[in-house]
Design a binder for this molecule. Structure first.
Ligand code: ADP
Ligand code: MG
Ligand code: MG
Ligand code: MG
Length: 418
């Protein structure tokens, strides 16, 4: 519920609060009484304000002591603002151009001030509208490769990595949300589950009785619980990316912790597949969306391929961590064996990615939090048809992930799902 210095701000409270921060006051400019404040939070958890003055605008994000989507019956610790700020700060060491600029953090108020991304829009909205973003895949490949490699034991010395990881082990409340909502609840009767009913009742029951899918989901959960490979964003869906035609920024890493790399890559790709299956619900007589569907699958390939290439480049050139001591692989045999292992590691990471993608797709259709791509399809029969295809692909991703050896396999599977 917050310490003595915490109070949730409204539009009236925000003005004097920001006026008391000299650098922020200057950046906004003019008389605080004339600042224009709007609350724009459309997320599940927090308050987000845009504040505009005569010199410019800024965004203020403040955590609430409960889950906004559900209400004050579901308390949630305010220190998630601390995790979000520190994840952004760490990511900013590696990819500052792919994030909002950071201006101010107040831990007692669970509040941060950052760059107002404008005219950016949320990627998910652009994808529902059928807009193409030519630089997006390259940006996301770079974001994933840099943030995951540079925070891993391949790049950071063990003592440094562990020191940075220690505080993130405290992000247990948000990790627990993922553990329950992604890996467990969709596979059992849970109060917060919902789906398009009655159309998907049978499929939902099938998932609850699907022992192979449940083992796969719980195996992924175990990886999520134990494998501290890198600082992961933790919530890298298409609602956490803001874009223009030429620029991409990742926002909202409050779920960040040291976890399996494939979780972030899988989250992102899952949302491209959900968008892909949703297109059928957005088709019009003028545009059947088939070109856009192919564009989405091309992006999946480009994100994975770009990520793999960049990650391998970084691993070959900047392996300063304690994993794979360079001195052991100085001779020709050693160098060859190490590089073969690097490629095998990428293959393992791809399988993780596919599994996590499957889990993320299932939770968005059978669990608590759904995606606008599908929710905006007004006709429930049409929506259920899209969701059924997505669930079938997701089940294959979960249970048969060893069968997918590269992104072309994913594309083929999506195109041939019945
Ligand atoms: P939550 O954690 O509640 O999901 P988000 O950080 O995702 O909050 O922000 C919610 C919404 O606020 C975003 O979908 C976006 O529309 C808007 N938003 C957040 N940060 C910015 C920003 N830096 N610039 C512009 N809009 C933003
Ligand atoms: Mg969000
Ligand atoms: Mg959200
Ligand atoms: Mg969030």
């Amino acid at each position: 519920t917050g310490g003595p210095d915490y109070r949730p701000l409204d539009e009236a409270g925000l003005r004097p609060y920001l006026a008391g921060l000299p650098a922020i006051r200057d950046a906004l400019g003019g008389d605080p009484a004339g600042w224009h404040v709007t609350e724009v939070g459309d997320g599940n958890l927090n308050l987000v304000f845009i504040v505009r003055g005569s010199a410019g605008g800024l965004v203020v994000k403040q955590a609430l002591p409960y889950v906004r989507l559900v209400g004050d019956s579901w308390p949630l610790p305010l220190d998630r603002a601390w995790f979000e700020w520190h994840a952004l700060s760490e990511q900013a060491r590696h990819v500052p151009h792919l994030l909002p600029k950071l201006h101010h953090f107040d831990p007692a108020m669970a509040l941060m001030v950052m760059e107002w991304l404008t005219p950016h829009i949320i990627l998910r909205k652009g994808m529902i509208a059928g807009t193409r973003y030519p630089r997006l895949a390259g940006h996301m490949a770079e974001f994933l490769a840099q943030t995951l490699f540079k925070t891993s034991d391949l790049h950071a010395p063990a003592a440094e990595k562990k020191a940075k990881m220690a505080p993130f082990c405290g992000n247990t409340a948000l990790c627990k949300i993922t553990e329950d909502l992604v890996f467990t609840d969709p596979y059992r009767i849970a109060k917060l589950n919902r789906w398009t009913t009655p159309q998907l009742d049978g499929l939902a029951a099938q998932f609850r009785a699907d022992a192979a899918a449940k083992v796969a989901a719980q195996e992924l959960k175990w990886a999520f619980l134990t494998r501290a490979e890198a600082l992961v964003h933790g919530d890298l869906h298409t609602g956490s990316i803001m874009v223009t035609e030429t620029d991409s920024r990742a926002i909202d890493p409050e779920f960040a912790f040291y976890g399996p790399m494939g979780f972030d890559i899988g989250a992102l790709l899952a949302n491209f597949f959900l968008a892909y299956f949703a297109q059928g619900g957005h088709a019009t007589p003028a545009d059947d969306r088939s070109d856009y569907r192919s564009w989405l699958l091309v992006q999946v390939e480009a994100i994975w391929s770009g990520f793999e290439k960049r990650f391998l480049e970084l691993w070959r050139a900047e392996a300063r961590g304690d994993a794979f001591e360079a001195g052991l692989f100085a001779d020709a045999d050693g160098a060859l064996a190490l590089d073969a292992h690097r490629k095998a590691t990428m293959a393992r990471l791809f399988r993780d990615t596919v599994g996590f993608a499957g889990a993320k797709m299932v939770r968005r259709i059978l669990g608590l939090a759904h995606v606008a791509d599908l929710e905006t399809i007004a006709d429930p029969d049409r929506r259920a048809a899209c969701e059924t295809q997505a669930l079938r692909l997701a089940r294959a991703f979960l249970v048969e992930r060893d069968r997918f050896t590269g992104p072309a396999d994913l594309r083929h599977a999506a195109e041939t799902i019945y």
